[in-house]
Ligand binder design. Structure first.
Ligand code: GLY
Length: 376
């Protein structure tokens, strides 16, 4: 089943590259993706999909195309195009860091390191956190962290391992500790966002941007947390991160509906037309597979996690994927970007497609995406 889904993804990706050339997909518009230039937080996922296709097929059509995109990311960094946010890891990990991992290409490694330096400009020494959005001192966002940032930390951990300089890892660990303390709640659910006083880091309170309400659990945020803490554990071996990933994983799994694919928020009232977020389930599947690699074969938590992945991925392939729609541009349907904001509430999301394919390749070939070098 995984193989057929991967081959369908490879075929659609080839089709998309030929049709849309230098443009990047974002969210759904009409029947297909909305295609645009490299100016948002999401473009790295398309390049990551292309690298995954290359690793599966070894077809240079894909590596040439991914390399062209990495040059586009280089241009973006040199010219600081729309980079005033923390999602530098989402942009440069599945693009430049991936190229370094696959080809050992020095210029890609340098680009990923420059991206890590840029991400570090989001570190706020007074407050001791990585500011998500806006300029330093911004009245609304100056003290804001968001749970998604946990997936930007691998770029920093990797930069410390690669350069031997501790500053990247130190910032990442302080930020992860703070995320653990303030974003994850006592019942293992999570806030999307938390505010601190920017002058001294005093905690103010939790809230949401994309969730149902301030105290709810936005499912994609919970998924970013599972994968992000599992990756922080991989790099640091701090057992608190592993424990947090496990707790968040259990919450996610126990709150899934009957078809094993999350609605867009765990607290939203369920009606017949409530949107799912297939991307949250794809991210969580990768996070759970990562978590499983840190658990002993005899640990019952491991089979619990692996069984959940199997159910989720089976449902994604059978009920949400486009394997039976040869002309579709997206790989999985029914992702929701920002329901209350009216943006992409129900359709393809390029990060959903990326994590779906990453999970499939983890299951079929043991290829684990681009968040860490495979030696570590
Ligand atoms: N990182 C933004 C999102 O997950 O929508």
């Amino acid at each position: 089943m995984w193989k057929l889904a991967i081959e369908d993804a490879v075929r659609k990706t080839r089709q998309n590259i030929k049709k849309h050339r230098e443009f990047f997909p974002h969210i759904t518009e009409g029947k297909g993706y909305q295609w645009s230039e490299n100016t948002d937080w999401i473009e790295g996922f398309y390049t990551g999909i292309i690298w995954l296709c290359y690793e599966y097929t070894q077809d240079e059509f894909f590596s040439q195309s991914a390399k062209q995109q990495v040059e586009n990311f280089r241009h973006r960094l040199i010219n600081r195009i729309a980079l005033d946010h923390h999602d530098i890891g989402f942009l440069y990990t599945p693009s430049a860091m991936a190229q370094w991992m696959i080809e050992q290409e020095q210029s890609a490694k340098q680009l990923a390191l420059q991206a890590a330096d840029h991400l570090l400009t989001r570190w706020r020494p007074q407050g001791q956190y990585i500011q998500a959005w806006g300029a330093g001192g911004d009245p609304k966002n100056g003290g804001r962290i968001i749970i998604d940032c946990l997936m930007n930390l691998p770029l920093l951990y990797w930069a410390s391992e690669t350069t031997g300089e501790s500053k990247y890892r130190d910032a990442a660990m302080i930020h992860a500790d703070k995320s653990r303390r303030y974003l994850v709640r006592g019942d293992d659910s999570s806030y999307h966002t938390f505010y601190f006083h920017p002058d001294n880091g005093e905690p103010i309170g939790g809230g949401t941007h994309q969730g149902y309400h301030d105290g709810s659990t936005w499912t994609r945020g919970q998924a970013w947390g599972i994968y992000g803490f599992a990756l922080s554990y991989r790099y640091t071996h701090n057992p608190l991160y592993l424990e947090t990933a496990k707790r968040m994983a259990r919450y996610f799994i126990e709150h899934l509906p009957e078809d094993h694919i999350a609605y867009w928020d765990f607290n939203v009232p369920i009606e017949s037309d409530t949107y799912r977020d297939s991307s949250a389930s794809a991210i969580a599947a990768c996070g759970l597979l990562e978590l499983a690699t840190h658990l002993d074969a005899a640990d019952p938590d491991r089979s619990y996690v692996e069984d959940a992945v199997f159910r989720m991925m089976k449902s994604l392939v059978n009920n949400y994927s486009t394997v039976n729609q040869p002309d579709a541009e997206g790989l999985i349907d029914h992702g929701s970007y920002y329901v209350r904001g009216g943006m992409g509430p129900d359709g393809y999301l390029i990060w959903g497609d990326y994590f779906y394919l990453e999970a499939l390749l983890r299951l079929e070939k043991g290829v684990a995406g681009y968040w860490y070098e495979r030696k570590c």
